[in-house]
Ligand binder design. Structure first.
Ligand SMILES: *Cc1c(COP(=O)(O)O)cnc(C)c1O
Length: 345
């Protein structure tokens, strides 16, 4: 029985081209700035995102953390969505390690933050009672808001707001390439207004390890220092960066296949009794749905699915997440739906 693994796009294994590139990678000590493969990946990433410089980091969490550490001091405040990965899933690293105070606004269902609410949340810098508002962070695509994509128009409006109020803008773009492909725009256009961006190589792009942070040369120099203090200075990291180069060269356009598979999955789920699919403005590779029958909850349903080789992630009492990825074919989506139909019958 082949397993249909829809738990996450992080379960992807490196492609044969990545394995070859890793085996043959030219390497050096990257803490001395001497790993040519890491430098090439950083330059490629910066070029693609329209930024001056890039920094290879171990994970998306590290990328977000060093971006905030580089731009905010103790007691500074960051405006962040209540559904954001940086707020929900990173152990409160900005506060725990940076002394940075999160100012949490409610994410709207489309993953955005309301611009008027942001303005209302900005502190008076002359009042000594308040922390100083320093930075706004948004997520694109937005995982917990159904994998939906924030548009170029929204990012431009947000950028204008940030500039007007003298604030920095960070984009947690773990899946920025999914957003670009789904919207039919360049990733560069999506982050043009951002001072800093993190994206993951190890999700839909199928590299085994790593993320890249991009921004101005001065920002990256600070982020590089921050990476060292959190233990992220890696030595012959070209071995893993090589897979990241292949990811950028070969794995971006095919994300459209993952999106088509997710649309097919959502359409099939919508026809099943007892299932409610969560709608999104822009479908990427993530589908959330709810099991609404009284005799079965999310844990029970995903356990039944797993017995038949279909893996999905329960993320609430009734809420389940399915994420299409490089290893999931259109036929497997059909099979997953057939298994689900049989369980619910
Ligand atoms: C996965 C993810 C991260 C963190 O990435 P890791 O590499 O798992 O640390 C950050 N933000 C978002 C939106 C993510 O989905």
């Amino acid at each position: 029985m082949t397993i249909v693994d829809l738990r996450s796009d992080t379960i992807t294994h490196p492609t044969p081209a990545m394995r070859r590139a890793m085996a043959e990678a030219e390497v050096g000590d990257d803490v001395f700035g001497e790993d040519p493969t890491v430098r090439r990946l950083e330059e490629m990433a910066a070029e693609r995102l329209g930024k001056e410089a890039g920094l290879f980091v171990a994970s998306g969490t590290m990328g977000n953390l060093v971006s905030l550490l580089a731009q905010c001091g103790r007691g500074d405040e960051v405006i962040v969505g209540d559904q954001a990965h940086t707020y929900m899933y990173e152990q409160g690293g900005m506060a725990a390690l940076g002394g940075i105070h999160p100012r949490v606004l409610k994410n709207r269902p489309d993953g955005t933050l309301d611009l008027d609410e942001i303005v209302a949340a900005i502190r008076d810098p002359n009042n000594p009672h308040f922390p100083r508002t320093r930075l706004i962070t948004v997520e694109n695509t937005h995982n917990r808001c159904g994998g939906t994509a924030l548009t170029v128009a929204y990012m431009q409006a947000l950028g204008a707001l940030a500039r007007e109020h003298g604030l920095l803008l960070h984009v947690d773009g773990a899946r920025i390439f999914n957003a670009a492909v789904a919207l039919g725009v360049t990733e560069r256009a999506l982050v043009a207004d951002a001072d800093s961006v993190t994206f993951c190589l190890s999700k839909g792009l199928a590299a085994p390890v790593g993320s890249v942070v991009c921004g101005s040369r001065a920002f990256i120099a600070e982020a590089r220092r921050a990476r060292k203090v959190v233990g992220g200075g890696m030595r012959q990291a070209g071995v893993i960066a090589a897979a990241g180069i292949v990811a950028l060269e070969q794995m971006v356009e095919r994300l459209a296949d993952d999106h088509a598979n997710a649309r097919a999955l959502a359409a099939g789920l919508a026809e099943l009794k007892g299932i409610q699919v969560e709608a999104v403005p822009v479908r990427t590779n993530i589908v959330y749905f709810n099991i609404v029958r009284p005799d079965m909850n999310a844990t029970q349903l995903t356990a039944r699915l797993a017995e038949q080789g279909v893996r999905m992630l329960p993320v609430g009492p009734r809420r389940i997440r399915a994420v299409t990825n490089y290893h999931v074919t259109a036929e497997q989506i059909t099979r997953a739906l057939a298994v689900l139909r049989a369980i619910l019958a």
